[in-house]
Design a protein around this ligand. Structure first.
Ligand SMILES: Nc1ncnc2c1ncn2[C@@H]1O[C@H](COP(=O)(O)OP(=O)(O)O)[C@@H](O)[C@H]1O
Ligand SMILES: O=C(O)C1=C[C@@H](OP(=O)(O)O)[C@@H](O)[C@H](O)C1
Ligand SMILES: [Mg+2]
Length: 172
């Protein structure tokens, strides 16, 4: 059983990179947010609106555990907050998984998120100034958890293929 876990802040590219890495390695890819959406038949935005963030974090933890328990090989793209709740960060250090932090600067994250915020309830209603400040503070708070990953790949100024190559080097 092989589990490759990609983590990092919203917009760092977890979902995009996991999908592309899957094509090259032929290891199936799972996006934790998609799994939560399928299980609840609700979008992430709807879960936050109808049930609140605490409910989402509980589901996120349960489904993350389920994915880790399966005997299938998989590449798992986490949600940006997954390592930061319910002691999920400790699971990143398990010997039977490979966890990789896709590290992006505030500027990279802002540039990628500014036009892609509507499906992300934590930032959907912010204006540009609010978003810049929020990302800076939030990334600082969350870095402690992200740094529990076994590996780190800096994604700033890299194409999708270059980031995938960086991950392949770690896996080699
Ligand atoms: N070099 C790159 N690597 C990854 N994503 C990129 C890159 N350049 C632009 N993007 C865009 O940034 C966004 C990253 O979003 P996504 O993969 O959903 O990240 P996450 O799952 O970490 O929130 C996507 O819209 C993607 O097309
Ligand atoms: O950072 C977060 O707390 C979240 C990130 C999102 O995933 P992405 O990082 O894939 O956007 C999604 O799980 C939810 O909106 C909460
Ligand atoms: Mg994602």
């Amino acid at each position: 059983m092989k589990k490759i876990i990609l983590l990092g802040y919203m917009g760092c590219g977890k979902s995009t990179i996991a999908q592309n890495l899957s094509k090259i390695t032929n290891i199936p890819f799972l996006d934790l947010d998609n799994c939560i959406e399928k299980k609840t038949n609700l979008s992430i935005k709807e879960i936050f609106e109808k049930h609140g963030e605490i409910y989402f974090r509980k589901l996120e933890h349960e489904i993350f555990l389920e994915l880790l328990q399966s005997s299938e090989d998989s590449i798992i793209g986490l949600g940006g907050g997954t390592p930061c709740y319910a002691n999920n960060h400790l699971l990143l250090q398990r010997e039977d998984i490979t966890s990789i932090y896709l590290k992006a600067s505030i500027e990279t994250l802002y540039n990628r998120l500014v036009y892609n915020k509507s499906k992300r309830p934590l930032i959907a209603d912010m204006n540009e100034d609010e978003m810049k400040e929020f990302i800076a503070k939030h990334l600082f708070d969350r870095s402690f958890y992200y740094n529990h990953a076994q590996h780190k790949v800096v994604v700033d100024n890299k194409t999708v293929d270059e980031t995938v190559d960086g991950i392949l080097e770690i896996l080699a």
